[in-house]
Design a protein around this ligand. Structure first.
Ligand code: SAH
Length: 343
């Protein structure tokens, strides 16, 4: 059985000619898969029953079925737990902003990176998501909510640059006007700093927004929080980001999760500003979201504000991330873990 939704238009066209079907079928089927986001081949109502049966013999669609859905009473943020074709689970969050709806999607089932403050690695790594499964998160949410999603952030479960080929295929697919048709500049890839992936991405000719999860300006501090830092250190990452900004003309953002007494000192803010100066970088400050097993405490509001002010006084653009969906535990990784342990 071949997964049909992960095929590019040209690959689908090859399959259609192998089945001796007329060329126009490719457009029809592609539209059902990528514009309408149907969950089964049987929903393709302008194909004959026989043809649908023939397709079902050879292909399946990697869907995201809604297993659970939580809606925040505070701000309307929606969190989904999706069930995949093999019984695994991933999470997505849909947030409403002034400029439209943004979806935060997962790129892997679990994660290998082992960041110490993050929930996504706790239940272990299972597998990469197919391009179709990233796309299906958007289709399922859009069809369920009856709205058009205009922005994507890849900040759910997983490390996008550790699933490089599928992620790039996914971004090209959603950018295609025959499908979801989202502008490249409205797609954000967030990475813990997989440097070879950053270099490959800048040569793809898809100038998406890059966000780097930095969280510390010093190697020893960062390595304790993020084991991946032993492979690619702070300076190497920042220099890759500078090159990304130059090549793509896109501003790079840095995520900085503030943890009380760990990485929130004045010295950290100053060192961070020093390392990021001179290339228009933007820093997003995020109060750490405490994960039960992790025991991290968020920095106080005054520490967070001082950190921001220090960065700004040294010429670095910084904002404090607003917390959305507080009452539904909207940060990712937590639902999949609960599901696994049978809570
Ligand atoms: N693997 C990618 C994308 C997924 S994580 C990455 O590392 O960027 C998305 C963002 O959430 C990252 O910046 C990550 O460091 C941050 N994050 C993870 N757990 C968090 C927590 N408990 N509190 C606040 N931010 C967290």
């Amino acid at each position: 059985m071949t997964e049909i939704k992960s095929l590019t238009f040209d690959e689908l066209s090859d399959e259609i000619s192998k089945l001796n079907l007329p060329k126009f079928r490719t457009e029809q089927i592609y539209r059902w898969l990528h514009k309408e986001g149907v969950n089964s081949l049987d929903e393709m109502t302008n194909l004959s029953k026989d043809l649908r049966a023939k397709l079902c013999e050879n292909y399946f669609i990697a869907t995201c079925e809604i297993e659970d859905k939580y809606v925040s009473k505070i701000d309307g943020t929606v969190k989904y737990l999706f069930r995949l074709y093999d019984g695994e689970y991933v999470e997505s969050v849909v947030m409403k902003y002034k400029y439209g709806y943004t979806i935060c999607i997962s790129s892997q089932v679990g994660c290998k990176m082992g960041c110490k403050f993050c929930a996504s690695t706790l239940a272990g790594f299972k597998r990469n998501l197919l391009s179709a499964e990233m796309e299906s998160q958007i289709h399922s949410a859009q069809n369920d909510l009856g709205v058009r999603i205009s922005h994507i952030v890849m900040m759910g479960i997983g490390e996008p640059l550790d699933n490089y080929d599928n992620v790039v295929k996914f971004m090209r697919t959603v950018n295609d006007e025959k499908g979801i048709n989202i502008s490249l500049r409205d797609i954000t890839v967030s990475t813990c700093g997989v440097v070879p992936g950053i270099f490959r991405l800048m040569d793809e000719n898809i100038p998406v927004t890059l966000t780097l999860s930095l969280h510390a300006p010093f190697d020893d501090m960062r390595s304790k929080m993020m084991p991946v830092n032993d492979k690619w250190g702070v300076d190497e990452i920042i220099s890759a980001c500078k090159e990304y900004a130059q090549k793509t003309s896109r501003r790079v953002s840095f995520e900085y999760t503030l943890i009380n007494g760990v990485n929130d000192s004045e010295a950290c803010a100053k060192a961070l500003a020093e390392k990021l100066k001179g290339f228009g970088a933007h820093v997003n400050l995020i109060p750490v979201n405490d994960v039960e097993e992790r025991g991290n405490v968020r920095s106080s509001d005054s520490v967070i504000n001082n950190f921001k002010d220090t960065l700004k006084s040294l010429g670095i653009n910084a904002t404090i991330r607003r917390t959305l969906g507080k009452d539904i535990n909207a940060s990712c990784g937590q639902l999949r873990r609960k599901k696994k342990s049978g809570d």
